[in-house]
Design a protein. Structure first.
Length: 157
């Protein structure tokens, strides 16, 4: 019989109906979700305890990178009249770069990212003016210069 599972920080366990125990010859599908708070290496162990004397404990090693999550940009659309002060680029890897372009392809803003994580931008351009109403494209590159995300956002002023 298997007993309840426990996981360390940043790992959640989900199952449609998570039982208190699993009987011999039965099976259970369990999903582990890795939700890091920072862009860095993580590792841990999940232990499954059993009353079977031949297999009293089963250990599963988990290893992950913090930046593997989906990079998101929000709020989208960005609207200062709705109380938005910043555009946020979340889960940007350390050593990466954010580039913002207008629809004609002119680069309007760029940011070298040192520590990674969530980057906030007040929408002030390299020219010193604020980003006007419009549709904009952004590219996020990793530390090797490889494009890892390319998408768009809009501004409503």
């Amino acid at each position: 019989m298997l007993h309840p599972l426990q996981a360390s920080a940043h790992i959640s366990i989900s199952s449609p109906e998570f039982p208190k125990s699993v009987q011999p010859e039965d099976s259970l599908l369990v999903t582990f979700r890795f939700s890091p708070e920072k862009a860095m290496d993580y590792s841990g162990t999940v232990r499954i305890y059993s009353s079977d004397p031949d297999y009293p404990t089963i250990e599963i090693s988990l290893i992950g990178r913090g930046e593997l999550g989906e990079i998101t940009v929000y709020p989208n659309p960005f609207a200062p009249d709705r109380g938005h002060d910043y555009i946020y680029f979340s889960k940007v890897p350390p050593g990466g770069k954010i580039l913002v372009y207008d629809i004609s392809g002119e680069r309007l803003w760029n940011k070298d990212v040192t520590s990674g994580g969530t980057i906030q931008w007040d929408t002030k351009l390299n020219s010193g003016k604020f980003l006007p109403t419009g549709l904009y494209y952004y590219i996020i590159k990793d530390k090797n210069g490889t494009i890892i995300k390319r998408d768009k956002f809009s501004v409503i002023r």
